[in-house]
Design a binder for this molecule. Structure first.
Ligand code: ADP
Ligand code: ZN
Length: 742
């Protein structure tokens, strides 16, 4: 049926759906999910069709102007998902659309890449060719080459092969002897790589059991629950994903694999492309380094059904696959799945909802599941599949706790390398084994203090100290990027009494180099790895044993396999433990477990040294014994006692402005309104200065809400905000299920 009217959401912040008429000539091509251009106020705007109508009560209805793009950009289920995200995350639908549809598809300004192809226009007789040879020998040479072709050839390729020029080609075309035609070609970021097909590995009993659960869910998703695959590092989870995807394909369905952005390495791509290499287009890869053109092509490859497996980071959860059979979320505990700008969605949770809408199976995999997912598993909302053994039969590494308080008593100030750790390192150097040293803080010194007046050099825009970077010989702010020269004297009191305090990876590297002058030490963090090549090169050199000791931030914490690494040192485990965040303990536990997973993946058992001032904190003690269940149990008790997730939902509202007083006043007014509008079932805190009170020149205030019925809470918050006028320079952000509490 051809629609007479459509309802659209415009790509503008107007929070309303609008009706338009559809001219007879366009009606054929308009449906739900089509992108259109419509008149809006006195201009044009782009919009997405959300409903087709044969009747509309709207006044002053105007016709749409044009259809954008090649067909519907959004399926019915994805639109339903968008509405859920808007309602759950307290966010207008047009904002959700911005994440759901890549910009290159929304705007449709970039199309297919066109390239010139050559083919013979007709059969060429020998006499004709002979004649041409006399008059225009070069044209004849080219024509001869073309007439031998079985299929059209790229003009550029032909000219390269024959060493002839474009002019000659055009002349032939003018004579009507050849045909030149522009045709669309695909930009494939992996187009020039060859992938060798790999076969399924024979699964061990635990893996086989897990795969069976997933296969059952793929076969009959209607009554299947999400599956939490809890498997220690190296237990063969990825192999299960690969085989489960094959099952989905066999059922004629498609699959999405979400991985954290940093895990989309050439090895990961190769593993997936290799397994499905017999059908080369099957796997599409979406990540943030694609050009707009490549993104356009990958998106269409998926939307048209040619690609049936999508590997990608957070936003790949919106990949427009049809007939979805399986969604896998690897490393489901990773906080990078949470988008930190509106729409502030969590891709794992969106994956579970999409699976429900599309009636497909969903698998969440991790060596250290999030408390939320684990809680869902023990309350049987999810099914739990566990892999307790490493595939290679390796023991879990020995974890040794180094009490830095004792080291300090020995007279050292804030030691970077304890005696025990440095002994372990020299032992490895002797045995020609490798070491990883981990510290989640970059730079050389974390602050510059005046020992006379006590002033620290803070960022002028943010309420944090500037970090000293030795290689830059400058101070820099890790939040806003502001940099400053290093003063010779204290700018506050004028004394020559400046001291450097605290340390980051740069200083660890320097210290280790000083301690072990013969060792090859390299550092891997955001400062040293500004080029993608540098990253690959360092990894390669480490893998081939050219580096003895690798110092780094979380960049090296995960997903890397190095058989010769038998020692991991965690320089300071307390960094993540003492953040003002209820997830601090959980993050520390995960971090220790993940980092520990780096040690001893070969024949030798690994050793992990954890340096800490709080050796008896539960996250450290449970991690030391590899006791997941014990850790989850005590952490869940703590969360329940304090009404924190997963027992209650949290909503964090941030009110900010360059003007401190206005931000504060607006936050207080908002709290008063919320008090009036929210029922007693919700807990509402006062407006408080945020832990990070000033960020990029903006003063920030927090309001924390908690409650069980999150959809209702979201709606009430939205209604309250919509009715409250805020001063122009005050911005309000609502974060449902927040992960960033600073
Ligand atoms: P995880 O994803 O849990 O860290 P992987 O799937 O990457 O584990 O497996 C770790 C290593 O073990 C990989 O090199 C993989 O090829 C290998 N592997 C996985 N399953 C098997 C198996 N059943 N038999 C032999 N090797 C396996
Ligand atoms: Zn700053």
């Amino acid at each position: 049926m051809k629609p007479s009217y459509i309802r659209v959401i415009i790509d503008r912040a107007i929070h309303r759906e609008l009706d338009y008429a559809v001219p007879e000539t366009l009606a054929e091509r308009v449906g739900i999910g089509t992108r259109v251009r419509v008149p809006f106020r006195d201009r044009s705007a782009l919009a997405t069709v959300v409903a087709t109508l044969d009747h509309s009560d709207a006044k002053g209805i105007r016709p749409i102007e044009a259809i954008i793009g090649e067909g519907p950009a959004l399926s019915g289920p994805l639109l339903e998902l968008a509405r859920w995200i808007g309602a759950y995350y307290c966010c207008p639908l047009e904002t959700v659309m911005r994440s759901l549809l890549p910009q290159v598809i929304r705007k449709a300004e970039i199309g297919w890449k066109k390239q010139l192809f050559v083919r013979p226009a007709r059969k060429i007789e020998d006499e004709e060719l002979d004649k041409l040879k006399k008059r225009a020998p070069r044209q004849a040479e080219l024509l001869e080459a073309i007439s031998k072709l079985d299929s059209p050839i790229l003009a550029s390729e032909l000219l390269r092969k024959t060493s002839l020029d474009n002019q000659t080609l055009r002349a032939l075309s003018k004579r009507g002897l050849i045909e030149l035609r522009e045709e669309a070609v695909e930009r494939d970021p992996h187009g020039d790589e060859q992938f060798l097909e790999t076969a399924n590995l024979e699964l061990n009993a635990e893996q086989a059991n897990a795969l069976e659960q997933v296969s059952n869910a793929v076969a009959s998703p209607e009554n299947a629950r999400p599956i939490l695959l809890h498997g220690v590092t190296g237990s063969g989870k990825t192999e299960i994903y690969l085989q489960a995807i094959a099952v989905a394909l066999k059922h004629g369905r498609s699959a999405i694999v979400l991985v954290p952005e940093k895990s989309i390495t050439p090895q990961t791509v190769e593993r997936f492309k290799g397994r499905f290499a017999s059908t080369p287009d099957t796997v599409a890869v979406l990540h943030s380094h694609l050009s707009q053109g490549e993104r356009h092509d990958e998106w269409h490859k998926i939307n048209s059904g040619r690609a049936r497996i999508v590997i990608g980071a957070r936003s790949a959860v919106f990949a427009p696959l049809k007939n979805l059979g399986l969604i896998i979320v690897d490393e489901e505990h990773e906080t990078t799945y949470k988008q930190e700008e509106a729409p502030r969605y969590h891709a794992r949770d969106v994956a579970v909802v999409r699976a429900k809408i599309e009636k497909c199976a969903v698998v969440l995999g991790s060596a250290t599941p999030s408390l939320e997912s684990y809680h869902n598993a023990i309350t049987e909302k999810y099914k739990l599949a566990t892999l307790t053994q490493r595939v290679d039969g390796q023991q879990m590494p020995l974890m040794r706790i180094v009490d830095l308080r004792q080291e300090r008593r020995k007279g050292k100030i804030a030691p970077i390398l304890s005696e025990k750790l440095s002994q372990a390192i020299s032992d490895r150097l002797e045995k020609r084994e490798q070491t990883i040293l981990f510290l989640n803080r970059r730079g050389f010194s974390t602050s510059l203090l005046c020992s006379n007046c006590g002033e620290a050099r803070d960022c002028p825009n943010c309420s944090v100290a500037l970090t000293f970077h030795r290689h830059l010989a400058r101070l820099s702010c890790h939040l806003c990027g502001h940099t400053a020269a290093v003063p010779k004297k204290c700018p506050a009191c004028g004394q020559d009494a400046l001291i450097y305090a605290g340390f980051g990876t740069e200083k660890v590297e320097a210290t280790v180099t000083q301690f072990f002058p013969k060792a090859v030490v390299r550092r891997m963090d955001a400062d040293s790895m500004t080029r993608k090549e540098a990253y690959r090169e360092t990894l390669r050199n480490f893998r081939t044993g050219k580096i003895d000791i690798l110092v780094g931030t979380q960049m090296i914490a995960k997903g890397l396999h190095f058989p010769n690494v038998t020692l991991v040192g965690i320089i300071n485990a307390d960094l993540s433990l003492h953040m003002p965040d209820f997830r601090a303990g959980e993050r520390t536990f995960q971090l220790l477990t993940q980092v520990a997973g780096r040690a001893g993946r070969g024949e030798r058992t690994g050793e992990v040294f954890v340096q800490t001032y709080t050796p008896f904190s539960p996250s450290i003690q449970f991690a030391r014994h590899h006791d997941f269940a014990g850790y989850f149990q005590q952490e869940l008790e703590f969360r329940e006692r304090c009404d924190f997730p997963p027992f209650k939902h949290a909503v964090l509202i941030t009110v900010r402005s360059a003007h401190e007083g206005r931000a504060k006043l607006s936050a207080e007014t908002l709290v008063r309104r919320l008090k009036e509008n929210l029922g007693a079932e919700f807990t509402l805190g006062d407006a408080m200065p945020a832990p990070l009170q000033k960020l990029q020149g903006q003063f920030r205030f927090h309001i924390l809400l908690r409650g069980g019925a999150i959809m209702r809470l979201s709606r009430l918050v939205r209604e309250t905000l919509d009715k409250l006028p805020f001063p122009e320079d005050v911005a309000v952000a609502v974060d449902v299920d927040p992960y960033q509490l600073l």
